[in-house]
Write a protein that binds this ligand. Structure first.
Ligand code: SF4
Length: 397
């Protein structure tokens, strides 16, 4: 079945919301606010972000607020999670970030005990920022630490040292944040088993509630990609060993491995990111941000200027919009659910998609025999299966 894709203009924007409004989702949605500013690009990053000036940050905040106002009129349900990510949200400045959080609280009905996260980088985090975020209602922060080894941080092109990261983490605790996530990376240029073990032990000594741990990918047209031939990058086998070390070490330390790359103390899994993996509704705001709401997926242009201009003057801001056919939803369900250690129940798959589960089950049984999948009323991948998840999932869908 072919996807229906259309390009529309901001003037038609509310039409998306009207359609979405008629199909209010059963599950409570999350909001994602993208802040596309970074002080400098990291060597491995291909995310869209640009440098910020005070004027651009102010104009962008105004554009986001106008966009949030438009959307607020059609979201009738409560909002369960808010995530301000980037980029580097701190580049927006304390005043603008607090204004955004205040606007979300004013415009939307927040559920009881919402999860409100802001992403932070160590070099741009200080007490004043953390205090204002706390005051504005943020109750979870996610700090991009990546490694405890300064040489590795330099090779990644990060602007902080591990000392900066520890300082940011400690201030966050002093200010009263009880839910802190940190990002760690494996497969970094020059990383060894010992240096990874050191990073893990240093990160664990901070005692965060949540750890995201991603393998470094060499994305095209990044500085790392340009020097990839000379870079001492761990090969696939080394990456697999690193991944197993991460899973074993964090498991021993009491973290639940709830998603391929995410680990949490009991009760601290990211409620916002679970929405993506459980195919629950979310609305994104900002250039490049995606939404899945009211049976439609849509995203906005990857340009700060075009986004601001579009919001201000009625220009085009939608990059694509599509109705998602059930067949595609079924494949997406398998793909995302098998990232989670909770997996999925066959009865739910059949109820949601009215599809014959037998061919998928036959394949999953083969993977079970190879120690790659497990079944206890729900199908899920094992740690070994997570390592091969791309090929397993493609064979199923
Ligand atoms: S801070 Fe994050 S978004 Fe910005 S360049 Fe680095 S990795 Fe990319």
């Amino acid at each position: 079945m072919s996807k229906r894709k259309e390009r529309i203009r901001i003037g038609q924007g509310p039409r998306i919301y009207r359609k979405a409004s008629a199909e209010q989702p059963e599950k409570l949605p999350g909001l994602y606010l993208h802040i596309p500013f970074c002080r400098r690009k990291c060597d491995y990053c291909d995310f869209y972000s640009v440098a910020a000036t005070d004027d651009k940050a102010r104009q962008y905040t105004q554009a986001l607020i106008a966009h949030l106002e438009e959307a607020a009129g059609i979201v009738h349900s409560q909002i369960e999670t808010v995530y301000i990510g980037g980029g580097t949200p701190a580049m927006l400045g304390i005043k603008n970030l607090s204004l955004l959080l205040g606007t979300v609280r004013k415009l939307f009905k927040l559920a009881a005990n919402p999860e409100i996260t802001v992403e932070l980088n160590p070099e741009s985090t200080d007490k004043a920022l953390l205090k204002s975020l706390k005051k504005a209602g943020c109750n979870r922060i996610s700090i991009g630490i990546q490694s405890a080894v300064d040489d590795e941080l330099k090779r990644l092109g990060r602007l902080h040292s591990f000392e900066d990261a520890k300082k940011a983490f400690k201030i966050a605790r002093e200010v009263g944040f009880k839910n802190i996530s940190v990002d760690l990376m494996y497969g970094i240029e020059g990383q060894t088993a010992d240096s990874l073990a050191y990073s893990l032990s240093e990160i664990l000594s901070l005692d965060p509630e949540h750890i995201s741990c991603y393998g470094l990918k060499v994305e095209e047209n990044t500085p790392l990609w340009r020097r990839r031939e000379k870079a001492e990058l761990p090969d696939d086998d080394a990456q697999a060993v690193f991944y197993e070390t991460v899973c074993e070490t964090l498991g021993r330390a009491g973290y639940t491995h709830y998603e391929i790359s995410n680990f949490a103390k009991p009760g601290y899994a990211s409620r916002h990111n679970l929405k993506y993996w459980r195919l629950e509704p979310y609305l994104g705001f900002g250039p490049g941000a995606h939404s899945d709401f009211g049976s439609r997926r849509f995203s906005y242009v990857r340009s700060v200027d075009a986004y601001i201009e579009g919001i201000k003057n009625g220009g085009e801001i939608i990059d694509y919009m599509e109705d998602v056919p059930q067949k595609e939803r079924a494949a997406e369900y398998l793909m995302l659910r098998l990232r989670l250690s909770e997996g999925f129940a066959p009865s739910e798959y059949m109820r949601l998609f009215s599809k014959n589960f037998e061919p998928i089950e036959a394949k999953l049984r083969e993977y079970e025999e190879q120690g790659l999948a497990r079944y206890d009323g729900r199908w899920a991948l094992t740690t070994k299966g997570f390592l091969l998840s791309n090929s397993i999932i493609s064979s199923l869908i």
